[in-house]
Design a protein around this ligand. Structure first.
Ligand SMILES: Nc1ncnc2c1ncn2[C@@H]1O[C@H](COP(=O)(O)OP(=O)(O)OP(=O)(O)O)[C@@H](O)[C@H]1O
Ligand SMILES: [Mg+2]
Length: 387
């Protein structure tokens, strides 16, 4: 019989992710935590960063939209886009922890400022299209997370400030957005749209200019001359600044492919999150990006006892109509059965993942009784993830 407890037993064979070995590996300079929305990427990144620092590494963690209380606990609620020391991290082992919260718009501004003359930079920064693009274009956050990672990495290599960068990824619906969005954004900025908006056209595109003139005329009527002028100025300016936009994205891509980088895919023990994790694992391998393992976060804890969920339910049913003591025992059995069934369900989901991806090492973090919003909570998650 293939009972539900078989699924739990089958997990014994799944490769175990040795988190401390990863954190202690001086050959690893970047750890990226990916996963679908709400699974615990920010918590995992912060917990790993704290643990690595307390084990002696010089760490900076780049977080994205951490919950307010967690940000307060880490001293990063002010958005100034510079890493700040985290008070309360134990530095006895010689390590250090800095943290920052990504300010997407500020990062975009910094790119512009570093690429253009002060005058030109000012023109761009004040342009209404730039303001809209830098704060709300889909994919901007993903691109900027990569951009900031690249910056921090370059500075760290130059100044020797950090030997490990832990990167949280944006709360996108899909984990794949982190890898796809920069390409999408750079093809938008480098691409045909830009060329079309740029008059006068060069080469064969000149043929199109006549048509474009008509369109521009129509747009002027609809949008007004000022808006159109803003758009054209923006496009012309951004083209010079971001001529190398794609190259920047590619450089960070290469950094992600380096074997000094390790990806951790975070997932909840739920069908959607694990499916998403499976896609992501496949994608990393086709993009030749180094996967360190899977973190199953907020897992249900195995209750004490050997009964399967079904057996506990059956026993509860038998006891239900007995004496009052029996009713209490039946209630407890039912609680046990509920918990056991959750564990079995999660085990089945994880076994399915493991069957399709037998080489992916896995760590499991149980669901804590409350949210993780301070350093003690992060430390606890760190201990659990490294078990
Ligand atoms: N193991 C855990 N036990 C209890 N609570 C947890 C655990 N892991 C994460 N949480 C809580 O779950 C919530 C979501 O976690 P977190 O913000 O890390 O997810 P996320 O993947 O970064 O989300 P988003 O996609 O929105 O960025 C937080 O309130 C966090 O404290
Ligand atoms: Mg998050």
């Amino acid at each position: 019989m293939s009972g539900p407890t078989d699924a739990v037993a089958a997990l014994a064979g799944v490769a175990h992710l040795d988190v401390d070995a990863l954190l202690d590996d001086r050959g690893i300079g970047i750890i990226v935590c990916c996963g679908s929305g709400g699974v615990g990427k920010t918590t995992t990144s912060a917990a790993l960063a704290l643990r690595a620092a307390e084990r002696g590494r010089k760490v900076v963690v780049l977080t994205i939209d951490p919950a307010r209380r967690l940000a307060q606990a880490m001293g990063i609620e002010s958005l100034d886009n510079t890493p700040r020391p985290v008070a309360g991290a134990d530095e006895a082992a010689g390590g250090h922890l800095d943290a920052m919260m990504l300010d997407m718009k500020r990062t975009f501004d910094e790119v512009v400022e570093s690429q253009a003359s002060p005058e030109k930079a000012r023109q761009i920064l004040e342009n209404p299209f730039y303001v809209a693009l830098s704060s709300s274009f889909a994919g901007t956050q993903e691109y900027m997370a990569m951009e900031k990672l690249g910056q921090i990495q370059r500075d760290a290599q130059r100044d020797g400030t950090y030997d490990l960068v832990v990167v949280d990824t944006p709360p996108s619906r899909s984990a794949l957005d982190f890898l796809d969005a920069p390409e999408r954004l750079s093809s938008f900025l480098d691409g045909r749209f830009i060329r079309l908006m740029l008059a006068p056209a060069r080469g064969p595109a000149r043929l199109m200019t006549a048509g474009l003139g008509i369109i521009t005329g129509a747009l002027t009527k609809i949008l007004g001359a000022q808006v159109l002028r803003d758009l054209q100025t923006f496009v012309a300016a951004i083209d010079t600044v971001f001529g190398g936009f794609r190259q920047r994205a590619m450089a960070t891509y290469a950094l992600l492919q380096d074997d000094r980088t390790a990806f951790l895919v975070v997932a909840a023990p739920e069908p959607d999150a694990l499916r998403e994790a499976a896609y992501f694992v496949d994608r990393l391998s086709s993009d030749r990006m180094p996967l360190a393992g899977l973190v199953v976060n907020r897992a249900s804890e195995q209750p004490e006892g050997d009964l399967s969920g079904d057996a506990a339910y059956a026993a509860a049913e038998r006891l239900r109509d007995g004496d009052p003591d029996g009713a209490v025992t039946a209630g407890l059995l039912r609680l046990y059965a509920d918990q056991q069934r959750l564990v079995e369900r999660e085990a089945r989901l994880r076994s399915r993942f493991a069957a399709a991806h037998p080489t992916v090492a896995t760590a499991v973090v149980p669901a804590l009784p409350s949210d993780v919003h301070d350093l003690d909570g992060l430390r606890r998650v760190g201990e659990l993830i490294a078990r």
